[in-house]
Ligand binder design. Sequence first.
Ligand code: LLP
Length: 384
Amino acid sequence: GTGEPVLPAAAWWQAERPRLLELAGERTPRYVYHLPTVRAQARRLKALNAVDRVHYAVKANTHPAILRALAEEGFAFECVSPGELAAVSAVVPESAPLLFTPNFASRRDFAAALATRATITIDALHPVEHWGEMFAGRDIVLRVDLGRGLGHHDKVKTGGTGSKFGVPIEHVDRFLRLADAAGARVIGLHAHLGSGILDAGHWGEVYSQLAALAERIGTISVLNIGGGLGVPSHPGEAPLDMAALDRVITSVRQAYPQFQLWMEPGRFLVADAGVLLAKVTQDKEKGANVRYLGLDTGMNSLIRPALYDAWHEIANLTRFGEPATTMYQVVGPICESGDILGSDRRLPESREDDVILIAQAGAYGAAMASRYNLRDEADEVILP
Ligand code: LLP
């Protein structure tokens, strides 16, 4: 192997190695997405009995084939911009519900979203205070900040005064008065604490807190307990316990059965379904023991290691199974010291043009890619 403990989700790309080598032979950098893995994850979410509606948070990956596959699985879609609403509307059937959950969106963004069938979530006083007439006669969802955030990195926690998201609890009554004055009906409450959460109990707490608030408000029929469902991303990390999640939300729902329960996961559906393929460009030695392995793409295609110190498994596909003899700093061609894909990775001694696979890149990979340094963007291939 690569010398790193192998994560269970790696199974598909090991089995597809010949096909992946062929695809990399045609072109790199290249993202490859395995639809059976997306569908398998979709079914694990559909098995959650207490959930009435699962929205796919399309910001994680907007590839049309993925949107189509999830529409076929009966998913709804959560969008955060007019661009995402347009991308989704272009490929999913009219019957798929849409949810618009923006942050600091402009009046124009809201106008665009109100022209679609999306349910609108508002996460500040400003829209109902200054643009109230836009929401007259509409059902809206209020995003609240429950005062705490969670997630795999500080940059992905979305609660508390250090975070820009949501209406703080002490402003909820003001929001309700402003919405009422505007003629809008607040039919739902929403909270999303962050991304990459592996503690199943947290969604039960969110539901209970929202339910207690909703009972006080009286007009609420829907509670959206957010996304953030993590996948193990580091060797040895335990996966989210889906049976425990099912038990937790079933029990809180029994305590407050009058509300519909919505979720909006992104990463969980697509992270393990995607890999990034690149080729070795150069090998450089520095000092006694430091070896840099250069690839033909870096933070321009996958910014997560640079931005969050995220750990992605890296394998030399060309030499898969050979002894992992060499410790590398795996880097890209971008003019930034932070342009690193993996540090201290033990791999087989690697050569120019070897195909390198970066795993678990299906979520927030291509979606966050840039054209920095005017490098070509990785293209995207679907394995159906
Ligand atoms: N709902 C809301 C309101 C969100 O802000 C997000 C993600 C989601 C749902 C979906 O979260 P997920 O289930 O995918 O964790 N770029 C970071 C993650 C940022 C997430 C942004 N919001 C990363 O690569 O780890």
